[in-house]
Design a protein around this ligand. Structure first.
Ligand SMILES: *Cc1c(COP(=O)(O)O)cnc(C)c1O
Length: 491
């Protein structure tokens, strides 16, 4: 059955290829699938599937204008030996906890899970739709998406990629990963602002008809590698199903048993993929949404009010330093009967806030939310390292804190998968602070120090990175993003 994608803000409907190419719907909304395909194989059959087979199984259901061969081609090229773990997303048990490690890809964060396949999907989508123009991927990053997108799209024929990152809002390793990207078709720009500024700037550019026309006349069309692109979200469903089949296969749960999932959350993309997996029939009990001190989402789930009028905080989990969580728009659409979403988004833009009706709030029962301060984050990293000799990064620690609050508050003993979103070696300074190691060293040296202290190897992609030269030195103000793009494309 053909699956179409519709906009959260209007009646626009497109096929999967067009949705991936457009990124954002032309009315400013986000594309959502018109229905959720169901998991139609028994889990005792699915446990035999490896990651790639599962990816083909899931993506085939969503990308109905792709052939199975095309999907297979994308999957085989994405999940190959650029992942340091053959399992791609290993599930590990430490003490009584289960961690889904999503950081064994080339850029050491979970963004690789989708961004290693998106360029292949996009190329095939362009051929199908008959796009003649060159695609320009515009990306706003809080640190991890940028590098993963550069890694995926760097050197791809017929595509250029431009990344905007907050000049002072990413870790030194994250920054170095991006500004040393070599390929000709890449541009990396530091902006004088935070992630929300970068993301708003990019969204405005997508909605600027005049600019888009001008670009088109010059042979370019814009697309997105952010999780507003449905092509980012769909591949993320796969690892949630994989986490469940891994739990089964390892004997941690019995057939039919439910699990909880705890996700450190920023733009709400990763946890939304878990929600989609649940809609497909994956036995998930609670979705635990973890925030850092930028805790808009915690307030949203607990009070039904979204309010971004507050101080933007720079925390030890920078990839979650976000006040405007884009993908929440998709969830709002799924839980509302009539279409109020557009109005809420207008309120958000104009007043910085919106509220849910009692009824909508009651539909959020399957979510639980809590948050962590930096101090709590450090305390958890230290505690887990000391008790399990297991090192987690700052984001994962935030997820752990919300899980602990949930467990203490509800006494629910459902087994919980903690989504581990980044390698601790991306955030060496904060990990050293947490463990009480002197952190006053340059970031790469700190990695070596951390490695000798813990006996855990520095990931090989990081070792190679250190020798690279800085290539991208462009900086700009928020208002200058359009100008930078036009300069680069010589329009
Ligand atoms: C992007 C990111 C997050 C937040 O994920 P969302 O999909 O934006 O909610 C959490 N942790 C890390 C390490 C990330 O890179």
């Amino acid at each position: 059955m053909k699956l179409l994608y519709k906009s959260t803000r209007g009646n626009e409907e497109v096929g999967s290829s067009q949705a991936i190419i457009n990124g954002l719907a032309t009315d400013g909304g986000l594309y959502i699938p018109k229905f959720f395909p169901k998991i139609d194989l028994a889990f005792d059959e699915l446990i035999e599937y490896d990651y790639k087979q599962l990816a083909v199984y899931v993506l085939k259901k969503y990308l109905t204008d792709f052939t199975e061969e095309e999907i297979l081609y994308c999957v085989n090229n994405a999940y190959d030996n650029k992942f340091e773990s053959r399992e791609i997303s290993p599930l590990v048990k430490k003490g009584d906890e289960y961690y889904l490690e999503l950081y064994h890809g080339p850029t050491l964060a979970f963004k690789d899970m989708a961004l290693s396949i998106l360029p292949y999907l996009m190329r095939i989508a362009c051929n199908k739709v008959g796009i003649k123009e060159e695609i320009v991927i515009l990306t706003a990053t809080s640190g991890d998406t940028g590098k993963a997108a550069l890694e995926g799209f760097g050197g791809v024929d017929g595509i250029k990629i431009i990344v905007f990152y907050p000049e002072n809002g990413v870790s030194p390793i994250q920054k170095f990963q991006m500004i040393t990207q070599k390929e000709e078709n890449t541009l990396v720009v530091g902006i004088d602002g935070n992630f929300d500024d970068a993301q708003n700037g990019v969204k405005e550019i997508f909605e600027d008809r005049k600019l888009n026309k001008e670009l088109k006349d010059n042979g370019y069309i814009l697309s997105s590698a952010n999780s507003i692109n449905i092509g980012r979200l769909l591949p993320q469903i796969v690892y949630y199903i994989y986490s469940y089949t891994s739990m089964l296969k390892k004997g941690y749960i019995a057939l039919g048993e439910s699990i909880n999932i705890s996700v450190p959350t920023g733009n709400f993309g990763n946890i939304l993929a878990a929600y989609y997996a649940k809609q497909m029939g994956l036995p998930i009990n609670k979705l635990i949404c973890a925030s850092n001190e930028n805790n808009v989402l915690w307030e949203f789930f607990n009070k039904g009010n979204y309010n971004r009028n507050r101080e933007f905080k720079i925390t030890s989990s920078p990839s979650m330093d976000i006040l405007i969580s884009s993908n929440l728009e998709r969830l709002l659409y799924h839980i509302s009967d009539d279409v109020k979403v557009e109005k809420m988004m207008i309120n958000l833009k104009e007043k910085g806030e919106y509220s849910l009706s009692e009824e909508m709030l009651s539909r959020l029962n399957e979510f639980y939310s809590s948050f962590a301060t930096d101090e709590e984050t450090y305390e958890i990293i230290k505690k887990i390292y000391e008790s399990q000799s297991y090192l987690i990064d700052t984001h994962t620690a935030v997820g752990y804190k919300a899980y602990r609050d949930y467990k203490e508050g509800t006494k629910d003993n459902t087994k919980t998968v903690l989504v581990s979103t980044a390698s601790p070696f991306k955030f060496t300074k904060d990990i050293c602070i947490a463990l009480g190691i002197d952190e006053n060293l340059e970031a790469f040296k700190l990695g070596d120090k951390l490695s000798s202290y813990t006996g855990i190897q520095v990931p090989s992609s990081l070792k190679k990175l250190e020798k690279n030269n800085i290539i991208h030195k462009t900086k700009c103000k928020k208002k200058e993003m359009k100008k930078v793009i036009k300069n680069y494309l010589k329009v």
